[in-house]
Design a protein around this ligand. Structure first.
Ligand code: NAP
Ligand code: MG
Length: 498
């Protein structure tokens, strides 16, 4: 166990100080391997702190502790109203620490303090509150067969669940995962991304303070090939929920299949189309399209990275969209007026730059951006490519950075075909002031979310997830609860004789 203290300066001038380590049974300890992980500030590329690394042996310990908590002090021992009260208390504590959580997120991930507070932290709090509301409403059905039988279903917690989350929305993904799992009475072993572990670690003390029984939430910061793999393979974990790339999602599913056939839900990547028809409100379409691709520095699974614009407005759209991209202020996440901070890591920076290079090599035109911003940290200018063709890597693959492609189209049926010509199916958007055209298009797009005249809208009570290779199952909303309960049918014989 170590602790982390930091003095912020800038928009947020507070301090933070909290314990770090491998969080098992309500306490921090050193990981079994005694090794550490570097936490880096992506705005400078410099070391912020080092934290204990969890490894496979820690996962085993955490699963045992979680199972004991589930059997003795959680699971079927605790009523829904009590789970609701604990979750509500956690939401209140998060709210009291909102500025501090936002500052930690900005420091660790590189997103701006303003966005972190306004979206990540407030949506995380809303998510925990929303699932608190469900905790005492987890109920089955009574099912009629005949008068001599009573049959009812129970929605029972699964037990110990494993959760693996990425770095792009560190606290938000943590909240999306623990909210439904705790509302339904499961115990958790969760692995944050080692690139952005700090808000999850800060949450541990808040979880204790809220009064959750020890061992109900265990937080293990470690690498995917160790902690992530061990969670996916573990014989005593009955369910795994994963958010991350399609590549790793496959590994999680294969590991589950090869071991105990644990339930798997996956929230994976995307290459979301954004279709803008001639009859769209152009100014609104430009503003939303920019938000669609540049929000969170393009590090959003639902980013509207393929922008299809109808021929009649193409030139004007491109001119305005380019001006909008150039107006985005890139810089220090804590400085006032900044819209876009650095990419999360050197690895991501290199990955995005290699996509930009491949676009150039394959003959696309860099309309704006396409290069680094500044001299230190992992900053990339908002980038727009034109003159692209369907087989180019920048059109087919998820870049996960501030890089969009703009494609001209004429025919409605053809743009729907192009939009659906992807292995992904996470989200899609359509802009038109003709409601029939907008809705017909929205219904034909193969995606778990279809936005009409907006993008990147998410709510705690609305399901989110993917068609095709963008995932399995849904997060948020009532749908999320189904992932975390087993349905048991109880048959009571009231008089049938054998
Ligand atoms: P990633 O490389 O797939 O990693 C996601 C998580 O999985 C990390 O914690 C990672 O740990 C872990 N992991 C890596 N190898 C593993 C293995 N063999 N077994 C189990 N876990 C393993 O994705 P990322 O780069 O962090 O995040 C970006 C991706 O996530 C994008 O593709 C994006 O679209 C997707 N995403 C989807 C959603 C959604 O809701 N659909 C939301 C956010 C992000 P390491 O860091 O050690 O590799
Ligand atoms: Mg970091």
């Amino acid at each position: 166990m170590t602790s982390f203290s930091y003095d912020f300066s800038g928009t947020y001038t507070g301090k933070t100080s909290f314990k770090t380590g491998v969080f098992i049974g309500g306490e921090f300890r050193h990981g079994a391997s005694k090794s550490t992980i570097d936490v880096v500030n992506p705005a400078t590329g410099k070391l912020v702190t080092q934290i204990s690394e969890a490894t496979a042996a820690d996962v085993d310990d955490a699963v045992k502790v979680a199972q004991k908590a589930f059997d003795e002090t959680w699971g079927l021992n605790v009523g829904g109203a009590q789970r609701a009260a604990l979750l509500n208390r956690l939401a209140i504590l998060m709210d009291e620490h909102a500025d501090e959580l936002a500052a930690i997120e900005a420091l660790d991930n590189g997103k701006t303090f303003g966005w972190a507070k306004g979206v990540d932290i407030s949506f995380s709090i809303a998510t925990i509150k929303y699932f608190a509301g469900w905790a005492d409403k987890i109920q089955g059905q009574t099912i009629e067969t005949d008068e001599k039988k009573l049959i009812y279903t129970r929605h029972e917690p699964i037990g110990v669940v494993g959760q693996i989350i990425p770095w792009n929305f560190p606290l938000l993904m943590f909240a999306w995962k623990i909210g439904p799992a705790l509302a339904t009475g499961n115990a958790i072993v969760i692995k944050p991304s080692e690139f952005t572990p700090m808000t999850a670690l800060r949450m541990c003390e808040l979880i204790n303070e809220a009064g959750f029984p020890k061992g109900v939430v265990n937080v293990l910061v470690g690498y995917g090939h160790t902690v992530g793999q061990t969670i996916s393979e573990h014989m005593d974990i009955q369910k795994v929920a994963f958010t991350g790339s399609t590549l790793v999602g496959r590994k999680v599913m294969a590991a589950a299949a090869a071991t105990n056939l644990k339930n798997v839900t996956l929230e994976l990547g995307g290459k979301s189309p954004n279709i803008i028809f001639d009859d769209a409100d152009l100014e609104q379409a430009v503003n939303w399209a920019a938000h669609g691709i540049f929000w969170n520095h393009g590090q959003a699974c639902c980013a509207g990275s393929r922008i299809f614009v109808q021929a009649g407005i193409y030139d004007e759209f491109l001119e305005r969209f380019t001006a909008k991209a150039k107006s985005i202020q890139v810089g220090d996440p804590f400085a006032p007026g900044i819209d876009q901070g650095p990419q999360v890591s050197q690895i991501q920076y290199d990955r995005i730059m290699s996509y930009i290079d491949s676009g150039k090599q394959e003959g696309a035109t860099v309309h704006t951006g396409g290069e680094r911003h500044g001299t230190e940290g992992f900053f990339i200018k908002p980038t727009i490519f034109t003159d692209v063709t369907p087989e180019m890597k920048i059109v087919k693959e998820e870049i996960f950075g501030p890089v969009g492609v703009v494609i001209k189209f004429t025919d409605e049926a053809d743009v729907i075909r192009q939009a659906n010509d992807t292995v992904y199916g996470l989200a899609a958007a359509v802009f038109s002031q003709n409601i029939n055209r907008a809705l017909e298009t929205a219904h034909k797009l193969q995606a778990g979310t279809a936005w009409v005249n907006c993008v990147n809208q998410l709510h705690a009570n609305v399901p989110f997830g993917g068609y095709k290779q963008s995932g399995i199952g849904r997060e948020l909303g009532e749908y999320a609860l189904h992932n975390y309960t087993n349905v048991k049918a109880v048959h009571v014989n009231l008089g049938h004789k054998m």
